[in-house]
Design a protein around this ligand. Structure first.
Ligand code: 3PG
Length: 306
């Protein structure tokens, strides 16, 4: 009998786990759960006899795949799949998938929530500023970017986007101004919200040179990945510009951000963009359905490795 393992260091909401379990068992497969594991050895042990694996940001390395002798498919319940070793998956004939769009609204709500929090001086009671009428640049117009634009327009923000992989017409059809270059986006917008994936082209790509183009009272919002930031160079920029704010759902590695610029930074204690019951249910259920369709019908929609 095929065994579907949900292995999440950061657990899904209980309701999501129940729905995944029900779907898997209805399909006639075995369901297994490994949550909040603290050591890699627990994951290595749990994957031994799994046919299918559902993870979140859990690292699915070559070592994990070596231990997973029966594995046919791994689904990252979420958007970014930088935690999967795709090359090793392909070598071993394992299908890798993500669940695009399923948790995007949750991430977008957090991005706007953090913007309000900082604009109101971390709710400390002093007079802050409003988002209405401010420029917002969306760096990469995928599923999260789309929701950020939609919500930001509700706030009355003036929304711009840059994405070389999305047709300008599609962006503009949403009432968002599509700009021609990343430099133009940063030099136009007081707020910039990052929605780029972490890959060989984007790692450390957000640096002093680019972010330094932002107008006065700049706010850089990162709900993407910490790896896309060149931390040393952003620290230099924050040193030079006392009007620059950095807020992120993923705390940077360098402690100097908090030590030196406490008032101009905010970092969530643990990555929580997709931490809502709705997002967990959407992404978890989509992952389970994709696995069932793959095992039963060979359906490879949403495959991300070749
Ligand atoms: C994603 O890529 O889908 C988000 O970053 C969410 O990641 P998480 O499932 O680890 O919260």
């Amino acid at each position: 009998m095929a065994k579907v393992l949900v292995a999440t260091e950061k657990p899904f909401a209980k309701a999501a786990v129940e729905k995944i379990k029900a779907l898997v068992e209805e399909a006639g497969f075995e369901f297994a759960l490994l949550e909040k594991y603290t050591d890699k050895s627990q994951l290595l042990d749990a994957v031994k006899d799994a046919t299918a694996l559902i993870v979140r940001s859990d690292k699915v390395t070559r070592e994990v795949l070596d231990a997973a002798k029966e594995l046919k498919i791994v689904v990252r319940a979420g958007a970014g799949y930088d935690n999967l070793d795709l090359e090793a998956c392909t070598e071993k004939g394992i299908v890798a998938m993500n669940t695009p769009g399923q948790n995007s609204n949750a991430v977008a709500e957090l991005a706007l929530g953090m913007m309000v929090f900082m604009a109101r001086n971390k709710f400390n009671g002093t007079a802050g500023t409003e988002l209405r009428g401010k420029t917002l640049g969306i760096h990469a117009y995928g599923n999260v970017g789309y929701y950020v634009a939609k919500i930001a327009k509700g706030f009355g923000m003036d929304v711009y986007a840059f994405d070389p992989f999305v047709a300008k017409e599609k962006i503009e059809a949403d009432g968002v101004k599509a700009v021609d270059s990343v430099e133009e986006l940063y030099s136009t917008c007081q707020y910039v919200s990052l929605h780029i994936p972490a890959n060989e082209h984007t790692k450390k790509s957000i640096n002093k040179e680019l972010a330094g183009k932002m107008p006065s009272n700049a706010v850089l919002v990162n709900t993407a990945r910490k790896e896309v930031i060149d931390e040393e160079s952003l620290l230099e920029l924050m040193e030079e510009r006392n009007d620059f704010t950095y807020i992120s759902d993923i705390a940077p590695d360098n402690a100097a951000f908090v030590e030196k610029f406490a008032d101009r930074v905010f970092f969530t204690p643990k990555k929580m963009g997709a931490q809502t019951a709705e997002a967990n249910i959407n992404a978890g259920v989509a992952a389970a359905k994709q696995i069932i369709a793959f095992i039963n019908d060979g359906d490879e929609t949403f495959r991300v490795n070749k």
